[in-house]
Design a protein around this ligand. Structure first.
Ligand code: ADP
Ligand code: MG
Ligand code: ZN
Length: 556
């Protein structure tokens, strides 16, 4: 049967081989096993159920959370000659009925529906009459309340299926690989561990970068102008910011589109189509844009602010470079962004336990912005990706050859201060004590009498906060969670206090990226050279020359 799968891959899609994980997933499905496929965005999840749908008899039902995607997927399938269709609320009732009839007549190999469809009696009656080859849950993290896009209507699908007098294999596909989501899906869909396929999450063609302390608008404008022929997405946390950035770019002569849930269906459709066809190069959007967009030549994804968690960040950033070509993922970070995310969590409809979970995830996202570790490896560790991966050599931390200072003394002062304050307070108040602030809260708590009061007064409060966050990122300090963040000492703290370990870090951010002017063309040529030198010698590229050095060369 696997031969048949390969034939279909050739015949319909024109590909000669499977990507990592695809074959294994398809194999499990063809043997009628419930299967869980966890693959990164762009990893090729759709083919995992489309190929078995073509090999097996009957109709495959694909449950997909976004109506806008169904049409794209179905169009693409019809173009290559697969009989596919979708039924959703965007269609007139008579059209829905006629497609249902078509399904009962066995006209379709693949049918896309939204989870809500399983609440419709006429739909259930119809599928009872047909031969179902498989049922796939695309974007399956929406089934789990631990996922980042929980859709309650997904919950009722499984019990409904179980009541049917048949047991087609169930397939869950997602790019979210946290333990909670995986366990939840395995339990809900009754997937055995050896039918769970997780493929590597490393995206070697993506260059991750965190940018702090710059004017965000200037940065974006500059970046876009330097990459004017490239296609990219700018993600913002709110509709309002989307609108602001969009008008700003337009006013500067950039052809940008925008997308968020506050626009009409037609406006969104229009924005999506012009972006897909490269008529607009830059899309400014909220996270409403993109789940499953199939545009492979996105060269950059810029996050205007701190995302809510690593899951959403990696999924959104992962929309860059799906064709395997080198692409940039830049995150513009400022500490104020944290407040907005906290506000969004606090005002969400989640119950207390789930809120706490969101706060923990937010804390990991904040830590990402302060770590000195390779950013790609940080993300892989977060997802528990155990495949061998040391450093990408291409992220802002790997490439950072900025001047680092010995900050051990400062770290010792911070740790002592946390201890003296009884390990009961957060980052901001601790920073204020060290700065020697005269704020009311300090007086109220009598902190101006502490021996650590004002010890770091030569630094700005912002810099002290940065050092503290850095200590947290490298586990010299722990933070309870992001809701009521309290600093605590860790086993590693002792090493520093006893002078057994040193802390090296960059305290003052340079604005190298914004002010630099160099020939981008020459820079790219040098980068290509570096890559081939590196691979000849089996070295990571950053060991040959750093990006900063290359830019220096490109200046002459
Ligand atoms: P995902 O749903 O995992 O984000 P998609 O299913 O949308 O990813 O696939 C991403 C891209 O990869 C698509 O353009 C698809 O055609 C392509 N692709 C998938 N499988 C293969 C393969 N075996 N060989 C070549 N390209 C593939
Ligand atoms: Mg997909
Ligand atoms: Zn790296």
């Amino acid at each position: 049967m696997l031969n048949q799968a390969l034939d279909k891959l050739n015949e319909y899609f024109g590909y000669s081989s499977f990507r990592p994980g695809q074959e294994e997933v398809i194999n499990h499905i063809l043997h009628k096993n419930n299967t869980l496929a966890i693959m990164p965005t762009g990893g090729g999840k759709s083919l995992c159920y489309q190929i078995p749908s073509l090999v097996l008899d009957g109709t495959a039902i694909i449950i997909s959370p976004l109506i806008s995607l169904m049409k794209d997927q179905v169009d693409a399938l019809q173009t290559v000659g697969v009989s596919a269709t979708y039924i959703n609320s965007s269609l007139h009732t008579s059209e829905q009925q006629s497609r249902l009839n078509g399904m009962v007549d066995g006209q379709y190999k693949i049918l896309y529906v939204a989870p809500e469809r399983f609440e419709s009696v006429s739909f259930i009656r119809s599928i009872e009459k047909i031969d179902i080859s498989l049922i796939a849950f695309d974007e399956a993290h929406c089934v789990s309340q631990w996922g980042h896009d929980f859709r309650p209507s997904y919950r009722s699908v499984v019990p409904t299926i179980q009541k049917l007098q048949m047991s087609p294999p169930l397939i869950a596909l997602t790019a979210t690989a946290t333990k909670e989501v995986i366990n939840d899906l395995k339990r809900l869909l009754k997937v055995e561990t050896n039918h769970t396929v997780v493929t590597g999450f490393a995206r070697e063609n993506l260059s991750f970068k965190i940018i702090k302390g710059t004017d965000k608008k200037d940065y974006m404008l500059n970046y876009i102008r330097k990459n004017i022929d490239e296609s990219g997405i700018i993600y913002t946390p709110t509709r309002k910011i989307t609108d602001q950035i969009h008008s700003f770019l337009i006013s500067k002569g950039i052809q940008a589109g925008r997308y968020h849930a506050g626009l009409t269906e037609e406006e969104r459709q229009e924005a999506q189509v012009t972006f897909a066809s490269d008529d607009t190069k830059v899309m400014v959007a909220t996270n409403a844009f993109g789940m499953g967009i199939d545009k492979s030549n996105v060269r950059f994804v810029i996050h205007h602010s701190l995302p809510m968690n690593i899951e959403s960040y990696y999924q959104e950033a992962g929309r860059a470079g799906r064709d395997g070509v080198d692409s940039d993922c830049h995150l513009l970070y400022s500490a104020q962004d944290i407040q907005l995310q906290k506000f969004l969590i606090e005002n969400s409809s989640l119950d207390e336990e789930l809120k706490r979970n969101e706060y923990n995830k937010l804390q990991s996202m904040i830590t990402y912005c302060h770590t000195s570790q390779c950013l790609q490896s940080y993300i892989l560790e977060y997802f528990g990706d155990e495949q061998e991966f040391s450093e990408c050599g291409n992220c802002s931390n790997c490439l950072d050859d900025g001047y680092k200072e010995d900050m051990t003394k400062e770290a010792q002062m911070i740790l002592s201060c946390v201890k003296r304050m009884g390990e009961r307070f957060g980052v901001t108040l601790t920073a204020k004590v060290l700065k020697g602030s005269k704020s009311q809260k300090i007086i109220d708590f009598n902190f101006h009498h502490l021996s650590t009061y004002g010890l770091l007064k030569q630094y700005t409060e912002k810099e002290i906060i940065h050092i503290i966050n850095y200590l947290v990122a490298d586990s010299y300090l722990a933070i309870t969670d992001a809701q009521f963040p309290v600093l605590k000492l860790t086993p590693r703290s002792i090493n520093i206090l006893k002078d057994q370990e040193k802390v090296w870090m960059k305290v003052r951010d340079e604005k190298r990226e914004v002010s630099s002017s160099y020939s981008e063309e020459l820079f790219q040529i040098l980068r290509g050279l570096r890559k081939s030198i590196a691979s000849d010698h089996g070295l990571p590229p950053y060991l040959v020359f750093s990006d900063a050095t290359l830019k220096d060369m490109a200046r002459r």
